[in-house]
Design a protein. Structure first.
Length: 185
């Protein structure tokens, strides 16, 4: 066989292998679809479970950071999950429990390259990243920050200290003025 027919046959076999899971899903109408099907570790994926009874479900996989909550109607539930950043490359089973029944699927985690971003261009999926700054503690100043200094005003000791300083300033200015007047004569 020449190189062109061999390339065409290999391409057809690859396409058939890629469509086999979708054909199996279409045959019985049940299963779990993960988009993208081959995410890098640490990314967010969209989940769709078909053939579920009920309106809520839970997707469980060792590839996910935590169990994913799914919701929907008409036997189709949707949701999202984040793939663990420490997940190794390989195929992981995804099992969805919904309304007393269970459907399964899989996700194939691929190695992350340095050029890949955690942001996925999947409609309806928001990347798991902070969107507002985290309120940090005040450290040693936290007790001081809890009191609003503008509304509290000075306490008695501060008021007395301020009056004494003002009195000393008045006496000092008075003595300096008197000394200058005597020296000018």
């Amino acid at each position: 066989m020449g190189s062109i027919p061999l390339t065409l046959c290999t391409g057809l076999l690859a396409c058939a292998a890629g469509l086999a899971p979708a054909a199996a899903l279409a045959a019985d109408g049940q299963g779990v679809t993960v988009t993208p099907a081959s995410p890098p570790a640490g990314s967010v994926v969209a989940l769709r479970a078909s053939g579920c009874s009920g309106t809520t479900g839970t997707a469980v996989s060792t590839a996910f950071v935590t169990d994913a909550r799914l919701a929907g109607t008409g036997g189709d539930l949707t949701g999202q999950a984040q793939v663990r950043s420490t997940a190794g490359a390989g195929t992981y089973t995804v099992q969805v429990s919904c309304g007393g029944s269970a459907v399964t699927g899989s996700v194939t985690v691929v190695p992350q390259t340095s050029s890949q971003s955690f942001r996925q261009d999947v409609p309806g999926v928001v990347p798991a990243s902070p969107f507002a700054p985290v309120h940090a503690g005040g450290g040693g100043t936290a007790p001081l920050a809890s009191v609003d200094a503008r509304s509290a005003g000075p306490d008695t000791a501060q008021a007395v200290t301020g009056l004494l300083l003002a009195a000393f300033a008045v006496v000092a200015v008075g003595l300096l003025s008197a000394r200058r007047r005597q020296g000018a004569r």
